[in-house]
Design a protein around this ligand. Structure first.
Ligand code: NAD
Length: 368
């Protein structure tokens, strides 16, 4: 079999080490000759940010962070950066915080040092997102790719287990969607499958021992690989669905990804059996004859108590027709393993509303 692909690797420094963020940040600011950093962290993330940035001189703070980056919010952050004369943006927080800095970098080209405290992975992509009038727009631009990422697993110890799992499944969704996304290739698939292996171990470890650093480090390692794979492979069906649900219906990002993932895998997995087999191995620890990736994902979901129904986050049956229309428009040019129709997207959303096909065990114990 011949191998034929074009692959671009994004250029970024990654510094990984527990309990070292503060020291690594000081060294990085010195390397970048920064004297006027703007630290972006939400009010809830402030204590973590102070622990990392508290000693810096010449810095200013911006804490008005909102999920899905509303355009007006981006404008306030841009004004704050300009008013301070910022030369570097530092983020300490989840994907919303990183996303806000990206919105500033998009128009100012300021470099970003990202210090992530969830497993969303935005720090490793050149993808920006802005929401206006119930519509989330995304795009790619190398100006928004953080120059440096500083990973420190101690900063994720405070992430509650429930949110850690939703966020870990958000990262796993980057891996799974990369398998069939528009620019999927052997390199990003290898990264995605190693990411899935690490995230599977991480989520089980965090559930067993939320205070343990091993699971938290595996989660950051896995989420980074997942995001690099996603940045390279592009948005597949899973992301098209979740962007509509987040931007139009304001559903929480990580939980929405966690709920939608098995439904998209159930639709696409059987159409790509070789990839499904590799994903099964990544999520099972070995080749498992007769087992499919959806079996492995559902076993993981059960063990870690994954969120199961969009209804828990305010999505309703009456929202489905508008969501289906918007998803089909957003995915119009997508080459998905299974042709997309109003019927199969309606079915994904109807099932995701309650988690129905996965919540009732058949007499053999297998899922319907
Ligand atoms: P988030 O950033 O909104 O964080 C969720 C909640 O967790 C917030 O209340 C936050 O304050 C809190 N939190 C964060 N870190 C914490 C910690 N260590 N301890 C306790 N609480 C903590 O959610 P998210 O899922 O990280 O990010 C979602 C956003 O990121 C969405 O807007 C999404 O579109 C974006 N995103 C973008 C990309 C990309 O490539 N551009 C990739 C993934 C996610």
């Amino acid at each position: 079999m011949t191998i034929h692909f074009e692959h671009t690797t994004l250029g970024q420094r990654v510094i990984f080490g527990s309990a070292s963020a503060s020291r690594n940040l000081v060294a990085e600011l010195r390397r970048m000759q920064s004297h006027r950093p703007l630290v972006i962290a939400s009010v809830q993330e402030r204590a973590l940010a102070e622990a990392v940035c508290g000693e810096l001189s010449g810095m200013a703070w911006f804490d008005d962070v909102r999920q899905h980056v509303p355009v007006a919010n981006a404008e306030s952050a841009r004004s704050a950066a300009a008013a301070h004369g910022a030369d570097v943006l530092i983020t300490v927080g989840g994907g919303s915080t990183t996303g806000l800095a990206k919105a500033v970098a998009l128009t100012s080209a300021l470099p970003i040092i990202a210090i992530p405290t969830t497993y969303a992975g935005s720090e490793a992509t050149n993808v920006w997102g802005l929401t206006e009038e119930r519509t989330k727009r995304t795009g790619t631009d190398d100006r928004v790719l953080p120059t440096t990422v500083i990973y420190d697993a101690t900063l994720t110890l405070s992430l509650p287990v429930k949110l850690s799992i939703a966020s870990g499944l958000n990262a796993l969704a980057h891996c799974v969607d990369s398998l069939w996304a528009p620019k999927s290739d052997p390199i990003n698939r290898a990264l995605a499958l190693e990411g899935a292996r690490a995230l599977n171990l991480a989520m089980r470890a965090i559930t067993m021992d939320p205070e343990g650093l091993d699971g938290r480090e595996q989660a950051l390692y896995g989420c980074y690989l997942a995001a690099v794979a996603f940045a390279s492979a592009g948005s597949g069906l899973h992301h098209k669905i979740c962007h509509v649900l987040g931007g139009t219906f304001d559903l929480p990002h990580a939980e929405t990804h966690a709920v939608i993932l098995p439904h998209v895998l159930r639709l696409n997995g059987p159409a790509v059996p070789d990839l499904d087999e590799r994903l099964t191995a990544a999520l099972s620890g070995s080749r498992a004859p007769g087992r499919t990736a959806i079996d492995a994902l559902l076993a993981l979901n059960d063990e870690v108590g994954a969120p199961t129904g969009l209804g828990d986050y305010g999505f309703a049956t009456a929202d489905i027709p508008e969501a289906v229309d918007r998803i089909l428009t957003a995915a119009a040019d997508l080459s998905n393993p299974v042709p997309l129709t109003a019927a199969n997207i309606t079915s994904v959303l109807t099932n995701a509303l309650t988690g129905a096909p996965f919540s009732v065990s058949s007499p053999t114990g297998a899922r319907a």
